[in-house]
Write a protein that binds this ligand. Structure first.
Ligand SMILES: [Zn+2]
Length: 99
């Protein structure tokens, strides 16, 4: 659990009910990886997704991507997932900076 403390601490001090998109997508990815979020993170994410079209779309695309990867490449799934997540993160950052 100690590896996660840094992130938890970061969000504990900065997270509010109004997440920015970067925080929301971070939480989405974290949720996929560790399968659970803290109560506060979970609700802040739900709140953000209730009005943010971009992050809803991201969640959908991320889920589809993971499904596709899971079906087609079983042996190196973890590596590909990480690589695609990195790509998605870059995509998100470039989209956010574009706005
Ligand atoms: Zn958002």
């Amino acid at each position: 659990m100690s590896g996660d403390d840094k992130h938890t601490h970061y969000f504990a001090s900065t997270i509010g009910w109004n997440l920015c998109c970067k925080q929301a997508t971070y939480l989405l990815l974290k949720k996929e990886e560790v399968k659970e979020l803290s109560f506060k993170e979970e609700w802040a994410l739900k709140f953000h997704l209730s009005f943010c079209k971009f992050c809803k779309l991201f969640r959908k695309q991320s889920a589809i991507l993971n499904q596709m990867i899971g079906k087609t490449v079983l042996t190196s799934k973890a590596q590909l997932l990480q690589r695609d997540k990195d790509k998605l993160k870059l995509l998100i950052n470039s989209n956010l900076n574009g706005n």
